[in-house]
Design a protein around this ligand. Structure first.
Ligand code: NAP
Length: 238
């Protein structure tokens, strides 16, 4: 019997799929979030008996409400769904494209987290993992770093959205500390997924990034909260 339950948003492919697969292998009953029922069902079939389809579009209030109503208790929430529709610097990015990005990467996380808070509060060891990005680190953006060259203002919408997500990670961690909910942000590393059109296939193994989310999902009660960690567990500077 699966005692522990998890929800992974945007789990029909990419890093989220591997998070769902790995949590199921850990013995969780995994609610595999997918905004498309068909794509989600195929992913559920691939994961096997530990996974259940949960149709969930994080930008659709009705969808979020229906999904939350279907889950009574939740031990782990992985806010993984994310988009990066544009990659330009701020001066070349339309407000509409900022909004499009923030709808999923920021407001979607708030909507899902708030909707599932009652279910998380029913858990003895609740954990929230926000899948952020090393590209959101203001320190790495302004100091020499082999991965994120300082002075490159590209992907402004995505990086600022993930920086907002980092801020929310700290604030949720503070708000929910008394309830025992640990909330941390993950930098999964550059992974070969469909995230950026045209870049599909480049980057490292998504399963490796997913293991970082699983580590944060399985944190012991004396583990950190309100932190930002790389896929290998090392802290990332804000
Ligand atoms: P991906 O393969 O494109 O997967 C993104 C997932 O999010 C898909 O399942 C997608 O569903 C889902 N999604 C998008 N909008 C959604 C919505 N409104 N509601 C529900 N689900 C939605 O990309 P990925 O690389 O695995 O990205 C996963 C997370 O890792 C994202 O938060 C991303 O920012 C972060 N990340 C990735 C990298 C990297 O190098 N890949 C690096 C740093 C951080 P559909 O299939 O329906 O579109």
């Amino acid at each position: 019997m699966n005692d522990r339950t998890a929800l992974v948003t945007g789990a029909n492919k990419g890093i989220g799929f591997h998070v769902a697969r790995l949590l199921a292998a850990e013995g969780f009953l995994v609610h595999l979030g997918s905004r498309d029922a068909g794509r989600g069902a195929r992913a559920v079939a691939e994961v096997g008996s530990g996974a259940r389809l949960l149709v969930l579009d994080v930008t659709d209030p009705g969808s979020v409400e229906r999904a939350a109503a279907a889950v009574d208790r939740l031990d782990v929430l992985v806010n993984n769904a994310g988009v990066q529709p544009v990659v330009g610097p701020p001066g070349e990015t339309a407000v509409a494209d900022f909004r499009r990005t923030y709808e999923t990467d920021v407001f979607g996380v708030v909507a899902v987290t708030n909707a599932f808070l009652p279910a998380l509060r029913r858990s003895a060891h609740p954990r929230v993992v926000n899948v952020s990005s090393g590209a959101a680190s203001l320190t790495w953006s302004t100091h020499p770093n082999p991965q994120f060259a300082p002075g490159s203002p590209r992907s402004a919408a995505y990086r600022s959205a993930k920086a907002a997500l980092n801020a929310l990670t700290v604030l949720y961690a503070q708000e929910l500390a008394a309830d025992g909910v640990k909330v941390n942000a993950l930098a999964p590393g550059a992974r070969a997924t469909d995230l950026v059109p045209g870049l599909a296939g480049r980057g490292g193994d998504p399963a490796e990034g997913a293991r970082g989310a699983v580590r944060l999902a399985l944190l012991p009660d004396d583990g950190p909260t309100g932190g930002f960690f790389s896929w290998d567990g090392t802290p990332v500077p804000w």
